[in-house]
Design a protein. Structure first.
Length: 88
């Protein structure tokens, strides 16, 4: 009976971890924020990022990929639009 209780506890614990991880999945906005702060591998932050986006060296798709998110045109355009420097 103890083995059965341990197995059930292990399954419940694993399910809890899975649900918790899913609840904290990044959104495109959070990915853009992390990119801006330089927290995504391969993506420069701050003003360098804004220049790279304007010149086309970095795209919204690149940022979504670096964040481990599904890449689609709508989210990629959204990420680019919030990271562009609108003070030009």
């Amino acid at each position: 009976m103890t083995i059965l209780n341990r197995a059930v506890s292990a399954i419940a614990f694993t399910a809890t971890l899975f649900v918790t991880t899913s609840a904290f999945a990044l959104t495109p906005f959070q990915a853009a924020s992390q990119a801006y702060r330089g927290q995504l591998d391969g993506i420069a932050g701050y003003q360098t990022l804004q220049g790279d986006i304007r010149s086309g060296q970095v795209t919204g798709e690149d940022i979504l990929e670096a964040a481990g998110l599904e890449v689609n045109a709508f989210d990629a355009n959204f990420v680019e639009s919030i990271l562009r420097d609108n003070d030009d």
